[in-house]
Ligand binder design. Structure first.
Ligand SMILES: [Zn+2]
Ligand SMILES: [Zn+2]
Length: 469
């Protein structure tokens, strides 16, 4: 009778969940049993907390496919939490098999330890240092007070925030980032210190201007060698060195933004003043073309609306003024008049008129009222499909047809035939070009959402962190 009573007593204790020591095999996998992320066989956290954690982790898996298993045990015997967590992680296969994005949170009451064990795929988002910080800041204080519910919830909420909101992770990493800023600018300075002179010598032949070069046939916008050393070498070098001591991403961004604006503005002013020097020689058409060739900076208005958006109109007006400025007659020195589009045609050859109709070239005809001499200025429109015909030189040469002769595959190149034709003289030219091989990119997509009755088969490299109290 006594034996029976003892047996019933022991059985009832077991049924209530008498604290026992668990092995990896004896921990109930609740994901399979009742699709719960929380294995809590010793009832160390309340059913309310389990429900909250389940809700949070289901939402996490739906949003990110990451799987988190929470195991709350009284004892794992003599095992260490690290070994136990690794073995349990592998046995259950927490995380998607192809992503290894699992996390096991193991709480061991008698060892007063909490362990985060991360799969390969989560080591980037949850590096060990971040795991440790979550434990120390969010969990251990509550565990010390015996409030297991609060500690688990706070820790899991933090994991949820990190995995669902990349901006939040950046906030957590801020202290690391600033030291990156300093080393980045330092390496930039070191790199440019060494590479800069090579760049100089590579550009030495044709890259610099000795003066405004009024000796060549057209103006240029190049800088002198001395200016290059000052503006392109020493200035960025000094700037990067200064920034490497200041460790501030915002300051770095602003400084380089400012540097590029400064350099672009210098170029803008340089182009204007070089053009002005040539205007004194009366070469209006040359300067107009020079201004036009150097108007690419207008694209900068998108990146740097201040000041470039405000410079576009004055620059265009200046260009137009240069183009329309009265020229001196080469014969008698009298001011010439520009003819209107309607009256200029009789001074233009058939080819020129053809080009004007195609809009591939615009011609201005200047007539001297005193001596009757005529000067024709040519402005090629770069934005049409027409180029100069190799045979008749008319800007009416275009790609009439391209035909694929041999299709490119993933293992061999292809061939393409290009027929170009001159609309004016009907000259046709055929060329073939090689089409590069098709490159394959292997991207397999995977479904997202709750995986239902079991974990997905993820693997862990043993990353993670533990904290004790
Ligand atoms: Zn004249
Ligand atoms: Zn032709």
């Amino acid at each position: 009778m006594k034996k029976t009573i003892l047996l019933i007593f022991l059985l009832s204790l077991a049924a209530k969940g008498w604290p026992q020591s668990y092995t990896v095999d004896s921990v109930p996998n609740t994901k399979i049993i009742n699709n719960s992320y929380v294995s809590n066989p010793d009832a160390l956290i309340t059913p309310g907390a389990v429900a909250q954690i389940d809700q949070l982790l289901a939402s996490l898996e739906q949003q990110t496919t990451a799987q988190v298993a929470v195991v709350v045990l009284h004892s794992i015997g003599e095992n260490t939490p690290e070994d136990f967590a690794q073995a349990l992680f592998v046995k259950w296969g927490i995380g998607r098999a192809n992503k290894d994005n699992g996390l096991l949170i193991l709480f061991v009451e008698d060892q007063r330890t909490v362990r985060f064990h991360t799969g390969f795929g989560l080591e980037g988002a949850l590096p060990d240092a971040i795991c440790k910080r979550i434990q120390i800041q969010k969990m251990v204080p509550a565990f010390k007070e015996g409030n297991t519910d609060a500690g688990m919830l706070a820790g899991i909420e933090e994991v949820f925030k990190i995995l669902t909101d990349p901006a939040y992770t950046d906030e957590l990493r801020e202290p690391d980032k600033t030291s990156d800023a300093s080393s980045l600018t330092f390496f930039f300075a070191m790199g440019w210190f060494i590479v800069g002179p090579f760049v100089f010598f590579m550009k030495r032949k044709s890259g610099y201007s000795n003066s405004i070069q009024t000796s060549s046939d057209k103006p240029n916008s190049k800088i002198s060698k001395g200016q290059w050393w000052l503006l392109c070498y020493l200035l960025p070098l000094g700037l990067a060195t200064f920034l490497s001591f200041n460790n501030d991403w915002v300051l770095i961004a602003l400084s380089f933004y400012g540097y590029f604006i400064f350099m672009a503005l210098l170029k803008y002013l340089r182009v204007l003043s070089r053009g002005n020097a040539w205007l004194k020689k009366g070469l209006y058409s040359t300067v107009y073309t020079f201004y036009k060739e150097n108007s690419k900076w207008m694209g900068l208005a998108i990146l740097f609306p201040i000041p470039f958006a405000f410079l576009i109109r004055p620059y265009k007006r200046k260009m137009q003024a240069v183009r329309e400025h009265p020229r001196d007659c080469h014969q008698c020195g009298t001011k010439m008049n520009r003819l209107s589009e309607a009256t200029e045609d009789k001074y233009l050859s058939k080819e020129y008129q053809f080009e004007e109709n195609l809009k591939s070239v615009d011609y201005d005809v200047w007539l001297c009222a005193a001596c009757g001499s005529v000067s024709v200025e040519q402005y090629v429109n770069e934005r049409t499909k027409y180029a100069a015909c190799p045979k008749c030189k008319t800007y009416a040469f275009y790609t009439e047809r391209t035909t694929t002769l041999v299709h490119a595959t993933t293992s061999s190149t292809g061939e393409e035939e290009i027929i170009k034709r001159c609309k004016y003289c009907n000259n046709r030219e055929r060329t073939t070009i090689t089409i590069p091989m098709i490159s394959t990119s292997s991207d397999s997509s995977s479904s997202s959402g709750d995986s239902g009755g079991s974990y997905g088969g993820g693997d862990s490299g043993g990353g993670g962190a533990s904290s004790s109290w």
